[in-house]
Design a protein around this ligand. Sequence first.
Ligand code: NCD
Length: 309
Amino acid sequence: MYKLKHLLSAQDLSREDIYDFIDLAREFKALNRSDVKKSDSLRGKTVINAFFENSTRTRTSFEIAAKRLGADSVNFTAADSSTKKGETLIDTIRNMQAMRTDIFVLRHSCSGAAKFVAANCDASIVNAGDGLNEHPSQALLDLFTISERKGRIENLNVAIIGDIFRSRVARSDIWAMKKLGINVRLFGPPMMLRDCDAFGCPICKSVEEAIEGADVIIMLRIQLERQDGEPSFPSVREYSKFFGLTARRMQAAKEGVMIMHPGPINRGVEINSDVADDPRYSCVLDQVENGEAMRMAILHTINLNRSAR
Ligand code: NCD
């Protein structure tokens, strides 16, 4: 089982770690579907969700996960904190650590923030998204969702389409999927594929080419909050026309294809509602249910590793 004290990056996960997390999440999913959704592996522990950036799914699911495991969990949001008065990130974390916090679930707009905090405090850090860098719990829940539907996941073909350069979800997904021998292909507007050669994944020339033969299609949100400087595409209408997933385009997709999206969805932009809501292939709400179970698996494991370095 995963032995590190923190969960900072999907790059730190071995193939075996990923399968162990999936097995554990499967058990927590069964617990979550039972009458009494409660375990006590984190009883007596304190978990703070320190969110310096907006979140719906990730923050709520980590809070519920900590509570279902018996921990005391508290939500901290930067917008109504002393961050607004100029307190630094490390000062904020160290002050909350002085309250004897065991685990921080951290989201921050700065790439590398989770690693920086982990190096400067004693608690365990779970990276819930750092800038455009990584979002490892999303990669684990995505792989759980894929393995649940597809069984064996090695050698599957996965297409990731959209704002890959600015997507921490894509980055963590790609690192984790490569560990499992999944064939990942990428597509998006040229400026959203900046630096993507480093992943060593084929880059497609059209949505049609990306979809063809794919077992899984992962659509990404345009990261409007990170489009500093020049825009990466001329207009939302053009984005939808050239890069969006529509029912017409899905006609050429492989039988049994899964469509995934980390949320929040920009309906009619990267994906049309008739695709996002089509039960034949949309796995968006399965991702959310599995995310709950996976976050329990992560907190449970990190708590066991608290004394590791
Ligand atoms: C993602 C995020 O914030 O990185 N959302 C999520 O955690 N489910 C993706 C996004 O915001 O587009």
